[in-house]
Design a protein around this ligand. Structure first.
Ligand code: NAD
Length: 427
């Protein structure tokens, strides 16, 4: 028994940020799974952490030096995969935690990838397009030994987009003296991106929602859904559920939200946001705040905006039967027990929003084949893989009599530790 992990990790002093919330769940799952202490330590520590200085000649002639990070949490299941974020407050600790998150997400989705994450400490809003390009290219050049289609494959994250991925692909390719599209995913379709990638996360949310409805006998046609956040994930989730006959009774974005018990015309809301950038100034129902949206009378709640929305205070007032986490980390760990005791089913982020990384995997496969699939092929395969991932987590929850969240972590820990044992420790 002594080599079984039992103690909470010493750095868990509380829940100061979403990554600590994630680590608390990892610890809980490790205990339920009786994870070997040595394996626990192995999986807690990233295999590689790289910090680089990135000098950039700014438009005003000044030389500025930025700090860039890439953390490979593990490459047990295959090359590591994970996005790159540009943010003023990103640091190596945050990137470490995000990298381990990717390990669990890829394992649950049955992808042949380990987990990684990268970042550059910068304020992209203050950079010109030219400065952003120089920053991206020099970061990529500094990471030439780290990145590679068989080693480590970046993707977009906060404040990085298709254009940034195109610059990374081009810089890497210039150094290799050949075009290497598979070094990065989330590229524009015209240069080796995948059809269906833009809608993939919202589509995955829709698939997971319908899979859960099947388990708890909710009829999708006419079910009331509230969606917080109307960006890529929220608007696509709302649109696809609307197309399945669900009644989207509430939507919101950073400017606030609307409630309409008769259902909101989602295509019209999408058109409005396309034209005006936000929902502000529209009239899709009674105005509500983002806090009120969470407590609206509905069957399904989809937090698809940002982290830390559901906490110990509001968890007891949530009326939904099912919560589907489109966003990363929308529920604090302190709320888990309250939701469980109220028998509210929560599809956790590392399962619910994995449609994006699944289609990134498809992009990588297509790049390596040099053969590109029709959108219906992408969507069909996404449907199959999301459904399989959902079932795997669902049956793990039944086996361990746990929440879906802990089951997702247990399933991931089981898979990664089994492969680690088979591969063995070299040295
Ligand atoms: P986005 O920028 O396209 O949209 C974010 C939306 O949330 C916008 O409507 C914005 O107005 C709204 N918002 C921002 N702050 C808010 C606040 N305080 N209250 C309410 N709404 C607020 O971003 P996205 O790509 O849709 O990502 C949303 C979430 O999903 C993030 O947590 C992200 O990490 C996660 N996620 C995204 C993907 C993806 O493929 N895009 C994949 C996995 C997870």
């Amino acid at each position: 028994m002594s080599n079984i992990y039992k103690e909470p990790a010493p750095y868990h002093k509380g829940e100061a940020n979403p990554f600590e919330s994630m680590l608390i769940r990892f610890d809980q799952a490790a205990q339920i799974y009786n994870l070997d202490k040595g394996l626990y330590n192995y999986l807690k520590h990233p295999v590689k952490q790289v910090i680089v200085s990135i000098p950039v000649q700014m438009d005003n002639g000044n030389l500025e030096v930025f700090e860039g990070y890439r953390v490979i949490h593990d490459n047990i299941l295959g090359p590591s995969k994970g996005g790159i974020r540009y943010a003023p407050d990103v640091d190596i600790e945050e990137v470490k935690a995000l990298a381990s998150w990717m390990t669990w997400k890829c394992a649950i989705a049955n992808l042949p990838f380990g987990g990684a994450k990268g970042g550059i400490k910068c304020d992209p809003k203050k950079l010109s397009v030219g400065e952003l390009e120089k920053l991206t290219r020099r970061y990529t050049a500094n990471m030439l030994e780290i990145f590679g289609p068989d080693i480590d494959i970046p993707a977009p994250d906060m404040n990085t987009d298709e254009q940034v991925m195109a610059w990374i692909m081009d810089t890497y390719s210039m150094h290799k003296r050949k075009t290497v599209t598979g070094v990065v995913t989330g590229k524009p379709v015209i240069i080796g991106g995948s059809r269906g990638r833009r809608e993939a996360t919202g589509r995955g949310v829709m698939i997971a929602t319908l899979a859960a409805c099947g388990k708890i006998n909710i009829e999708p046609a006419g079910m009331e859904v509230a969606v917080q956040g109307f960006g890529n994930v929220g608007s696509v989730s709302a649109k696809l559920l609307f197309e399945k006959g669900a009644k989207i009774v509430a939507i919101s974005d950073v400017t606030g939200g609307f409630y309409n018990k008769d259902g909101i015309d989602i295509p019209a809301a999408i058109e409005f946001v396309k034209a005006h950038k936000t929902l502000e100034g529209s009239d899709f129902g009674t105005p509500i705040t983002n806090e009120e949206l969470l407590e609206i009378d509905c069957k399904v709640l989809i937090p698809a905006a940002k982290e830390d929305q559901i906490n110990a205070d509001n968890a007891s007032r949530i009326k939904a039967t099912l919560i589907v986490e489109g966003a990363n980390g929308p529920t604090k760990a302190e709320a888990d027990e309250i939701l469980r005791s109220r028998e509210i089913m929560v599809i956790p982020d590392i399962l619910a929003n994995s449609g994006g990384v699944i289609v990134s995997y498809f992009e990588w496969v297509q790049d390596r084949l040099g053969y590109f699939w029709e959108e219906e092929d992408v969507n069909g395969r996404l449907n199959r893989m999301m459904t399989e991932a959902f079932d795997a987590v669902y049956f793990t929850a039944l086996k361990y009599n746990s929440t879906l969240r802990l089951a997702a972590y247990i399933y991931a820990i089981d898979k990664v530790s089994q492969v680690l044992k088979l591969r063995g420790i070299y040295g």
